[in-house]
Design a protein around this ligand. Structure first.
Ligand SMILES: Nc1ncnc2c1ncn2[C@@H]1O[C@H](COP(=O)(O)OP(=O)(O)OP(=O)(O)O)[C@@H](O)[C@H]1O
Length: 271
């Protein structure tokens, strides 16, 4: 379990961002972190990564205090995909890029090779092993960053706005990959403004507001019971709005689910 206990944080310029934050992220969860711009989502993930240190409070991994650990130490269990993944790439081929972490961790050459081959296969990048990372499109770069984390046998993966600016097909492919990894035990943490993705894929959502965590629960509960939804800068996805408008179909987490439920309700059948 990844845990923030009583964490407060201010930037050096005095910007006070977090106060007494309590957060537990359990293995196997698929968590969305959302909220208005400036609500502190990136700051929380930078604290988890070790890129910033809390002004007060502690951070734990499986009961061990990791507050003093630097990002390299935490990369043994925590991976990160930047919003612009090219910013985390600096080697000349995909396989060298993915090998960097295991090499830094001191693995022997054969073990590095095996970890890289497994990570590339898991992310569908085997055919791009010798490509120059910066020549790839954004989806492929995201997969390189994911592969780099997988090669480290990461347990938790944080992705910062991975679907912003992506078309529907790229989003669907990325989510299918994350779904597979999540089913195999990877804990996924998405920073996102994408309500459709939250509804369709996440098991838990945390919404940040001016006072810190304003909502912590399931997407269904967020979209159907949270009275502050719009004040938090969030909205109901179309599938939820439509399913609430036709109460007989029940809550639907995607348009596909809504269409199928509507067909059943109307006495039709799905394709
Ligand atoms: N390096 C920094 N120095 C000073 N203040 C910062 C810095 N980074 C962020 N902040 C401030 O901290 C607050 C939280 O920012 P943060 O980036 O964590 O929010 P966010 O929810 O991730 O926003 P966004 O959705 O725009 O990415 C904001 O008021 C922001 O201006």
């Amino acid at each position: 379990m990844l845990e923030m206990r009583d964490v407060a944080f201010s930037y050096k310029n005095g910007a006070h961002v977090l106060e007494r934050l309590q957060l537990q992220i359990h293995p196997g969860e698929w968590l969305a972190l959302c909220g208005r711009n400036g609500s502190g989502k990136t700051t929380i993930t930078r604290l988890l990564m070790g890129l910033e240190k809390p002004t007060r409070g502690r951070i734990f991994y499986n009961g061990t205090d990791i507050t003093a650990q630097d990002p390299a130490q935490r990369s043994a269990f925590l991976g990160y995909v930047f919003q612009q993944p090219e910013r985390q790439m600096f080697r000349s081929t995909v396989q060298e890029e993915v090998a960097y972490g295991p090499q830094q961790a001191g693995l022997e050459a054969a073990a590095v090779q095996a970890a890289v081959a497994e990570a590339l296969a898991a992310t569908g990048l085997t055919a791009l092993a010798t490509a120059y990372p910066l020549n790839l499109n954004r989806s492929e770069k995201q997969r390189v960053a994911i592969a780099s984390a997988l090669a480290m046998k990461t347990k938790y993966l944080i992705l910062d706005e991975p679907t912003s600016g992506q078309d529907r097909q790229a989003t669907r492919q990325l989510m299918a990959l994350l779904q597979r990894l999540n089913e195999n035990g990877l804990t996924v943490i998405l920073i996102t403004h994408d309500m459709d993705v939250i509804a369709a894929y996440c098991s838990r959502v945390i919404a940040l507001g001016p006072g810190g965590i304003c909502f912590d629960g399931t997407p269904e509960s967020l979209f159907t019971t949270c009275e502050e939804l719009y004040e938090l800068g969030l909205r109901r996805p179309d599938c939820v709005r439509l399913s609430l408008a036709v109460p007989q179909v029940g809550y639907c987490k995607s348009m596909k689910e809504f269409t199928a439920a509507l067909c059943r309700y109307a006495g039709g059948k799905t394709q």
